[in-house]
Design a protein around this ligand. Structure first.
Ligand SMILES: NC(=O)c1ccc[n+]([C@@H]2O[C@H](COP(=O)([O-])OP(=O)(O)OC[C@H]3O[C@@H](n4cnc5c(N)ncnc54)[C@H](O)[C@@H]3O)[C@@H](O)[C@H]2O)c1
Length: 382
Protein backbone atom coordinates (compact mmCIF):
# COMPACT_ATOMS: atom_id res chain seq x y z
CA UNK A 1 0.00 0.00 0.00
CA UNK A 2 1.49 3.30 -1.16
CA UNK A 3 1.00 6.13 1.30
CA UNK A 4 1.61 9.89 1.25
CA UNK A 5 1.84 12.05 4.38
CA UNK A 6 1.07 15.77 4.79
CA UNK A 7 2.69 17.46 7.79
CA UNK A 8 5.79 15.91 9.32
CA UNK A 9 5.51 16.38 13.07
CA UNK A 10 2.68 14.09 14.21
CA UNK A 11 2.75 12.95 10.58
CA UNK A 12 6.32 11.67 10.87
CA UNK A 13 5.32 9.52 13.85
CA UNK A 14 2.44 8.10 11.79
CA UNK A 15 4.71 7.63 8.76
CA UNK A 16 7.18 5.69 10.90
CA UNK A 17 4.42 3.40 12.14
CA UNK A 18 3.14 2.95 8.56
CA UNK A 19 6.59 1.76 7.55
CA UNK A 20 6.83 -0.59 10.52
CA UNK A 21 3.40 -2.02 9.70
CA UNK A 22 4.43 -2.83 6.15
CA UNK A 23 3.08 0.15 4.23
CA UNK A 24 5.24 2.01 1.75
CA UNK A 25 5.57 5.73 2.47
CA UNK A 26 6.35 6.99 -1.03
CA UNK A 27 5.86 10.74 -0.63
CA UNK A 28 5.58 13.25 2.19
CA UNK A 29 5.45 16.99 2.51
CA UNK A 30 6.04 19.78 4.97
CA UNK A 31 6.46 23.48 4.30
CA UNK A 32 9.20 23.56 6.94
CA UNK A 33 12.59 22.54 5.47
CA UNK A 34 13.79 21.45 8.93
CA UNK A 35 10.94 18.94 9.17
CA UNK A 36 11.69 17.63 5.68
CA UNK A 37 15.36 17.19 6.58
CA UNK A 38 14.47 15.25 9.72
CA UNK A 39 12.02 13.09 7.77
CA UNK A 40 14.70 12.29 5.20
CA UNK A 41 16.57 10.19 7.74
CA UNK A 42 13.54 8.11 8.64
CA UNK A 43 11.95 7.88 5.19
CA UNK A 44 14.90 7.58 2.77
CA UNK A 45 12.71 6.17 -0.03
CA UNK A 46 10.05 8.89 0.12
CA UNK A 47 9.93 11.90 -2.18
CA UNK A 48 9.91 14.92 0.14
CA UNK A 49 8.26 18.08 -1.02
CA UNK A 50 7.13 21.47 0.26
CA UNK A 51 3.63 21.66 -1.22
CA UNK A 52 0.85 19.20 -0.42
CA UNK A 53 -0.50 19.67 -3.95
CA UNK A 54 2.60 17.84 -5.24
CA UNK A 55 1.30 14.68 -3.57
CA UNK A 56 -1.76 14.75 -5.85
CA UNK A 57 0.59 13.94 -8.73
CA UNK A 58 1.88 10.75 -7.09
CA UNK A 59 0.32 7.32 -7.51
CA UNK A 60 -0.98 6.97 -3.94
CA UNK A 61 -3.43 4.48 -2.45
CA UNK A 62 -3.84 6.51 0.70
CA UNK A 63 -2.88 9.83 2.24
CA UNK A 64 -2.46 10.78 5.88
CA UNK A 65 -3.37 14.36 6.75
CA UNK A 66 -1.41 15.63 9.75
CA UNK A 67 -1.17 19.30 8.81
CA UNK A 68 -2.72 22.13 10.84
CA UNK A 69 -5.68 21.07 13.01
CA UNK A 70 -8.13 23.49 11.38
CA UNK A 71 -7.07 22.92 7.75
CA UNK A 72 -7.78 19.25 6.99
CA UNK A 73 -11.08 19.34 5.12
CA UNK A 74 -10.00 21.06 1.86
CA UNK A 75 -7.08 18.64 1.49
CA UNK A 76 -9.31 15.65 2.26
CA UNK A 77 -11.76 16.76 -0.44
CA UNK A 78 -8.95 17.20 -3.00
CA UNK A 79 -7.54 13.70 -2.38
CA UNK A 80 -10.99 12.07 -2.32
CA UNK A 81 -11.72 13.68 -5.70
CA UNK A 82 -8.55 11.95 -6.99
CA UNK A 83 -9.76 8.59 -5.63
CA UNK A 84 -7.12 8.54 -2.87
CA UNK A 85 -8.22 7.07 0.48
CA UNK A 86 -7.88 9.59 3.32
CA UNK A 87 -6.84 9.13 6.94
CA UNK A 88 -7.27 12.53 8.58
CA UNK A 89 -5.98 13.64 11.93
CA UNK A 90 -8.24 15.52 14.27
CA UNK A 91 -10.23 17.69 13.42
CA UNK A 92 -12.26 16.67 10.36
CA UNK A 93 -13.59 20.16 9.63
CA UNK A 94 -13.45 23.67 11.01
CA UNK A 95 -17.11 24.60 10.49
CA UNK A 96 -20.47 23.18 9.36
CA UNK A 97 -20.04 24.22 5.72
CA UNK A 98 -16.72 22.37 5.50
CA UNK A 99 -18.27 19.36 7.22
CA UNK A 100 -21.11 19.29 4.69
CA UNK A 101 -18.68 19.53 1.76
CA UNK A 102 -16.52 16.77 3.21
CA UNK A 103 -19.45 14.38 3.60
CA UNK A 104 -20.56 15.12 0.02
CA UNK A 105 -17.04 14.47 -1.24
CA UNK A 106 -16.87 11.13 0.58
CA UNK A 107 -20.28 10.08 -0.74
CA UNK A 108 -19.22 10.97 -4.29
CA UNK A 109 -15.76 9.38 -4.12
CA UNK A 110 -14.55 5.92 -5.06
CA UNK A 111 -12.22 6.26 -2.06
CA UNK A 112 -12.93 6.26 1.68
CA UNK A 113 -12.44 8.62 4.61
CA UNK A 114 -11.17 7.47 8.01
CA UNK A 115 -10.71 9.65 11.08
CA UNK A 116 -7.38 9.19 12.86
CA UNK A 117 -8.88 9.21 16.36
CA UNK A 118 -6.51 7.00 18.31
CA UNK A 119 -8.32 7.90 21.54
CA UNK A 120 -11.26 5.71 20.52
CA UNK A 121 -8.83 2.79 20.40
CA UNK A 122 -6.88 3.34 23.61
CA UNK A 123 -6.81 0.23 25.84
CA UNK A 124 -9.12 1.58 28.57
CA UNK A 125 -11.68 2.79 26.04
CA UNK A 126 -11.71 -0.62 24.35
CA UNK A 127 -12.23 -2.33 27.71
CA UNK A 128 -15.17 -0.05 28.55
CA UNK A 129 -16.59 -0.70 25.06
CA UNK A 130 -16.36 -4.44 25.63
CA UNK A 131 -18.27 -4.18 28.94
CA UNK A 132 -20.95 -2.11 27.21
CA UNK A 133 -21.24 -4.48 24.25
CA UNK A 134 -21.61 -7.42 26.64
CA UNK A 135 -24.58 -5.64 28.24
CA UNK A 136 -22.87 -5.44 31.65
CA UNK A 137 -23.65 -1.76 32.16
CA UNK A 138 -27.21 -1.62 30.86
CA UNK A 139 -28.19 1.55 28.99
CA UNK A 140 -25.68 4.39 29.31
CA UNK A 141 -27.14 7.43 31.04
CA UNK A 142 -24.02 9.48 31.89
CA UNK A 143 -20.68 9.35 30.11
CA UNK A 144 -17.64 11.47 30.94
CA UNK A 145 -14.31 11.94 29.23
CA UNK A 146 -11.24 14.01 30.10
CA UNK A 147 -8.28 15.01 27.97
CA UNK A 148 -6.13 17.02 30.37
CA UNK A 149 -2.56 18.25 30.55
CA UNK A 150 -1.06 19.40 33.87
CA UNK A 151 1.59 21.66 32.32
CA UNK A 152 3.21 24.65 34.07
CA UNK A 153 1.74 28.05 33.07
CA UNK A 154 4.73 29.06 30.94
CA UNK A 155 4.51 25.83 28.90
CA UNK A 156 0.78 26.40 28.34
CA UNK A 157 1.53 29.94 27.16
CA UNK A 158 4.18 28.59 24.79
CA UNK A 159 1.70 26.10 23.34
CA UNK A 160 -1.42 28.23 22.94
CA UNK A 161 -0.12 31.80 23.24
CA UNK A 162 0.88 32.30 19.59
CA UNK A 163 -2.15 33.30 17.48
CA UNK A 164 -0.08 32.54 14.35
CA UNK A 165 -0.02 28.81 15.21
CA UNK A 166 -3.13 26.62 14.96
CA UNK A 167 -2.89 25.81 18.70
CA UNK A 168 -3.16 29.55 19.43
CA UNK A 169 -5.90 30.40 16.94
CA UNK A 170 -8.41 27.58 17.47
CA UNK A 171 -11.28 28.08 19.93
CA UNK A 172 -10.66 26.59 23.38
CA UNK A 173 -13.50 24.13 22.70
CA UNK A 174 -12.10 22.96 19.33
CA UNK A 175 -9.70 20.25 20.43
CA UNK A 176 -12.55 18.18 21.86
CA UNK A 177 -12.26 15.24 19.51
CA UNK A 178 -10.12 13.15 21.88
CA UNK A 179 -13.01 13.23 24.36
CA UNK A 180 -16.07 13.45 22.11
CA UNK A 181 -15.02 10.72 19.66
CA UNK A 182 -14.72 8.08 22.41
CA UNK A 183 -18.09 9.24 23.78
CA UNK A 184 -19.77 8.84 20.38
CA UNK A 185 -18.07 5.51 19.70
CA UNK A 186 -19.03 4.06 23.10
CA UNK A 187 -22.65 5.20 23.00
CA UNK A 188 -23.32 4.94 19.24
CA UNK A 189 -25.19 8.24 19.65
CA UNK A 190 -25.08 11.64 17.93
CA UNK A 191 -24.59 14.98 19.68
CA UNK A 192 -27.77 17.08 19.65
CA UNK A 193 -27.01 20.04 21.95
CA UNK A 194 -23.85 21.51 23.44
CA UNK A 195 -23.29 23.81 26.39
CA UNK A 196 -19.74 24.95 27.10
CA UNK A 197 -18.11 26.58 30.11
CA UNK A 198 -14.64 27.95 30.72
CA UNK A 199 -13.22 26.02 33.65
CA UNK A 200 -11.69 29.22 35.06
CA UNK A 201 -13.00 32.66 34.13
CA UNK A 202 -9.57 34.09 35.01
CA UNK A 203 -7.98 31.95 32.30
CA UNK A 204 -10.77 31.14 29.83
CA UNK A 205 -8.61 29.71 27.02
CA UNK A 206 -6.87 27.13 29.21
CA UNK A 207 -9.62 24.57 29.80
CA UNK A 208 -13.28 23.98 29.09
CA UNK A 209 -16.07 21.73 30.32
CA UNK A 210 -18.85 20.80 27.93
CA UNK A 211 -22.24 19.24 28.58
CA UNK A 212 -23.43 17.42 25.47
CA UNK A 213 -26.94 16.01 25.14
CA UNK A 214 -26.81 12.85 23.05
CA UNK A 215 -29.44 11.43 20.70
CA UNK A 216 -29.73 8.38 23.00
CA UNK A 217 -31.00 10.63 25.80
CA UNK A 218 -27.75 10.30 27.77
CA UNK A 219 -25.64 13.25 28.90
CA UNK A 220 -21.93 13.51 28.15
CA UNK A 221 -19.60 15.68 30.24
CA UNK A 222 -16.23 16.36 28.67
CA UNK A 223 -13.26 18.29 30.00
CA UNK A 224 -10.22 19.21 27.98
CA UNK A 225 -7.26 21.53 28.00
CA UNK A 226 -4.81 22.45 30.73
CA UNK A 227 -5.82 21.48 34.27
CA UNK A 228 -3.84 19.79 37.00
CA UNK A 229 -4.37 16.09 37.55
CA UNK A 230 -3.59 14.70 34.13
CA UNK A 231 -4.28 10.98 33.63
CA UNK A 232 -1.24 8.82 32.81
CA UNK A 233 -3.26 6.97 30.16
CA UNK A 234 -2.14 9.38 27.41
CA UNK A 235 -4.00 12.23 29.18
CA UNK A 236 -7.30 10.39 28.75
CA UNK A 237 -9.84 9.32 31.37
CA UNK A 238 -13.25 7.89 30.47
CA UNK A 239 -16.25 6.84 32.52
CA UNK A 240 -19.58 5.30 31.49
CA UNK A 241 -22.44 4.96 33.93
CA UNK A 242 -25.23 2.66 32.84
CA UNK A 243 -28.58 1.72 34.29
CA UNK A 244 -26.96 -1.38 35.89
CA UNK A 245 -23.27 -0.62 36.46
CA UNK A 246 -20.34 1.77 36.06
CA UNK A 247 -17.16 1.25 34.02
CA UNK A 248 -14.41 3.85 34.28
CA UNK A 249 -10.69 4.15 33.86
CA UNK A 250 -8.77 3.89 37.10
CA UNK A 251 -7.53 7.21 38.42
CA UNK A 252 -4.12 5.82 39.28
CA UNK A 253 -0.49 6.29 38.29
CA UNK A 254 1.38 4.87 35.29
CA UNK A 255 0.19 1.46 34.05
CA UNK A 256 -2.77 1.48 36.47
CA UNK A 257 -4.34 4.34 34.52
CA UNK A 258 -5.02 2.03 31.57
CA UNK A 259 -7.11 -0.32 33.75
CA UNK A 260 -10.85 -0.14 34.17
CA UNK A 261 -12.95 -0.31 37.31
CA UNK A 262 -16.33 -2.01 37.07
CA UNK A 263 -18.83 -1.40 39.85
CA UNK A 264 -22.33 -2.78 40.24
CA UNK A 265 -24.54 -2.84 43.30
CA UNK A 266 -26.05 -5.88 44.99
CA UNK A 267 -29.50 -5.26 43.49
CA UNK A 268 -28.10 -5.48 39.96
CA UNK A 269 -26.48 -8.90 40.41
CA UNK A 270 -28.24 -12.28 40.38
CA UNK A 271 -26.21 -13.47 43.39
CA UNK A 272 -27.23 -10.37 45.39
CA UNK A 273 -23.59 -9.31 45.93
CA UNK A 274 -21.88 -6.04 45.14
CA UNK A 275 -19.29 -6.36 42.36
CA UNK A 276 -16.15 -4.23 42.44
CA UNK A 277 -13.61 -5.34 39.89
CA UNK A 278 -10.51 -4.11 38.09
CA UNK A 279 -9.79 -5.17 34.55
CA UNK A 280 -6.31 -4.89 33.08
CA UNK A 281 -6.10 -4.69 29.29
CA UNK A 282 -4.02 -7.46 27.70
CA UNK A 283 -0.86 -6.22 25.99
CA UNK A 284 -1.03 -5.69 22.26
CA UNK A 285 1.58 -7.73 20.45
CA UNK A 286 3.06 -7.04 17.09
CA UNK A 287 4.60 -10.07 15.42
CA UNK A 288 8.15 -9.34 14.32
CA UNK A 289 8.05 -5.86 12.81
CA UNK A 290 11.09 -6.08 10.53
CA UNK A 291 9.41 -6.36 7.14
CA UNK A 292 11.11 -7.72 4.07
CA UNK A 293 9.68 -6.54 0.75
CA UNK A 294 6.83 -8.81 -0.28
CA UNK A 295 6.06 -10.23 3.18
CA UNK A 296 2.54 -9.74 4.54
CA UNK A 297 2.06 -6.84 6.98
CA UNK A 298 2.29 -7.82 10.62
CA UNK A 299 -1.07 -7.67 12.42
CA UNK A 300 -1.26 -6.57 16.00
CA UNK A 301 -3.01 -9.14 18.13
CA UNK A 302 -4.11 -9.00 21.78
CA UNK A 303 -1.91 -11.32 23.84
CA UNK A 304 -5.01 -13.27 24.87
CA UNK A 305 -5.14 -14.79 21.39
CA UNK A 306 -2.13 -16.96 22.29
CA UNK A 307 -4.57 -18.94 24.46
CA UNK A 308 -6.39 -19.95 21.30
CA UNK A 309 -3.26 -21.15 19.60
CA UNK A 310 -2.39 -18.12 17.43
CA UNK A 311 1.16 -18.15 16.21
CA UNK A 312 2.90 -15.51 18.31
CA UNK A 313 6.63 -15.89 18.00
CA UNK A 314 9.34 -15.02 20.50
CA UNK A 315 10.27 -11.98 18.45
CA UNK A 316 6.90 -10.34 19.11
CA UNK A 317 7.04 -6.73 20.15
CA UNK A 318 4.73 -5.40 22.83
CA UNK A 319 3.23 -2.16 21.60
CA UNK A 320 3.59 0.72 24.07
CA UNK A 321 0.24 1.42 25.69
CA UNK A 322 0.01 4.95 24.31
CA UNK A 323 0.77 3.70 20.78
CA UNK A 324 -1.89 0.97 20.75
CA UNK A 325 -4.55 3.32 19.40
CA UNK A 326 -2.26 4.54 16.65
CA UNK A 327 -1.24 1.04 15.59
CA UNK A 328 -4.85 -0.18 15.52
CA UNK A 329 -6.10 2.80 13.56
CA UNK A 330 -3.32 2.48 10.97
CA UNK A 331 -4.04 -1.23 10.61
CA UNK A 332 -7.73 -0.44 10.20
CA UNK A 333 -6.88 2.11 7.49
CA UNK A 334 -4.76 -0.51 5.75
CA UNK A 335 -7.65 -3.01 5.94
CA UNK A 336 -10.01 -0.41 4.46
CA UNK A 337 -7.70 0.41 1.56
CA UNK A 338 -6.43 -3.10 0.82
CA UNK A 339 -9.44 -5.25 1.68
CA UNK A 340 -12.39 -2.89 1.45
CA UNK A 341 -13.27 -3.12 5.14
CA UNK A 342 -15.44 -0.22 6.36
CA UNK A 343 -13.57 2.68 7.97
CA UNK A 344 -13.35 2.30 11.74
CA UNK A 345 -14.37 5.93 12.30
CA UNK A 346 -16.02 7.12 9.11
CA UNK A 347 -16.73 10.67 8.06
CA UNK A 348 -20.08 11.29 9.78
CA UNK A 349 -19.01 10.71 13.41
CA UNK A 350 -15.76 12.54 12.58
CA UNK A 351 -17.68 15.61 11.42
CA UNK A 352 -20.09 15.31 14.37
CA UNK A 353 -17.25 15.28 16.92
CA UNK A 354 -15.51 18.20 15.24
CA UNK A 355 -18.69 20.27 15.12
CA UNK A 356 -19.24 19.79 18.86
CA UNK A 357 -16.17 22.01 19.25
CA UNK A 358 -17.72 24.59 16.90
CA UNK A 359 -21.05 24.57 18.78
CA UNK A 360 -19.11 24.77 22.05
CA UNK A 361 -17.31 27.91 20.84
CA UNK A 362 -20.67 29.48 20.00
CA UNK A 363 -22.00 28.56 23.44
CA UNK A 364 -18.96 30.14 25.12
CA UNK A 365 -19.45 33.34 23.14
CA UNK A 366 -23.08 33.48 24.26
CA UNK A 367 -22.56 33.17 28.00
CA UNK A 368 -22.74 29.36 28.03
CA UNK A 369 -26.16 29.15 26.45
CA UNK A 370 -27.03 25.72 24.97
CA UNK A 371 -26.44 25.46 21.19
CA UNK A 372 -28.38 23.02 19.01
CA UNK A 373 -26.24 20.87 16.75
CA UNK A 374 -27.06 20.58 13.05
CA UNK A 375 -28.29 17.15 12.02
CA UNK A 376 -26.92 16.81 8.49
CA UNK A 377 -24.06 14.56 9.64
CA UNK A 378 -26.35 11.89 11.04
CA UNK A 379 -26.09 8.59 9.24
CA UNK A 380 -29.22 8.33 7.06
CA UNK A 381 -29.17 4.53 7.45
CA UNK A 382 -28.87 4.56 11.27
N1 LIG B 1 -4.03 11.83 17.59
C1 LIG B 1 -3.02 12.28 18.31
O1 LIG B 1 -2.63 11.69 19.31
C2 LIG B 1 -2.33 13.52 17.86
C3 LIG B 1 -1.12 13.91 18.43
C4 LIG B 1 -0.50 15.08 17.95
C5 LIG B 1 -1.13 15.81 16.94
N2 LIG B 1 -2.30 15.37 16.41
C6 LIG B 1 -2.97 16.12 15.32
O2 LIG B 1 -2.11 16.13 14.19
C7 LIG B 1 -2.23 17.39 13.51
C8 LIG B 1 -0.85 18.05 13.47
O3 LIG B 1 -0.41 18.25 14.79
P1 LIG B 1 1.11 18.58 15.14
O4 LIG B 1 1.23 18.50 16.61
O5 LIG B 1 1.97 17.72 14.29
O6 LIG B 1 1.15 20.09 14.66
P2 LIG B 1 2.44 20.99 14.36
O7 LIG B 1 1.92 22.34 14.11
O8 LIG B 1 3.47 20.77 15.40
O9 LIG B 1 2.99 20.37 13.00
C9 LIG B 1 2.28 20.46 11.79
C10 LIG B 1 3.28 20.33 10.67
O10 LIG B 1 2.56 20.37 9.43
C11 LIG B 1 3.20 21.28 8.56
N3 LIG B 1 2.17 21.86 7.70
C12 LIG B 1 1.05 22.49 8.10
N4 LIG B 1 0.32 22.87 7.04
C13 LIG B 1 1.00 22.45 5.94
C14 LIG B 1 0.75 22.56 4.55
N5 LIG B 1 -0.37 23.14 4.07
N6 LIG B 1 1.64 22.05 3.70
C15 LIG B 1 2.77 21.46 4.17
N7 LIG B 1 3.06 21.32 5.49
C16 LIG B 1 2.18 21.82 6.36
C17 LIG B 1 3.85 22.32 9.46
O11 LIG B 1 4.94 22.96 8.83
C18 LIG B 1 4.28 21.49 10.65
O12 LIG B 1 5.59 20.97 10.51
C19 LIG B 1 -3.26 18.20 14.28
O13 LIG B 1 -4.50 18.01 13.70
C20 LIG B 1 -3.24 17.56 15.66
O14 LIG B 1 -4.48 17.68 16.29
C21 LIG B 1 -2.91 14.26 16.86
Amino acid sequence: MRVGVVGLKRGLHLADWCRRLGMEVVAACDRDPGCRAEAGGLLPDAVLTERWQDLLEHRLDGVILANDFDAHAPLAVAFLERGVHVLSETAACADAEEGRRLIEAVDASSATYSFAENYVLHPHVRLIGRALDAGELGRVNLVEADYLHGLPPEAVEELIGDPGHWRGRIAPTAYCTHTVSPVLALTGAWPVEVTAFSADEHDPRAAVVMAIRLSSGALAITRHGFLQGEPDSHWSWVSARGTRALAESVRGPAEEAWSVRIRSEAWANPDGRTREERRVPPPLLLPNTTTEPGTPSPRAVPAASTEHGSAVSRTDETVERDAEGTVLLLQAFQATVERGEPPLIPVRPAVAASLVGVAGAESLENGSRPVAMPGFFRDPTA
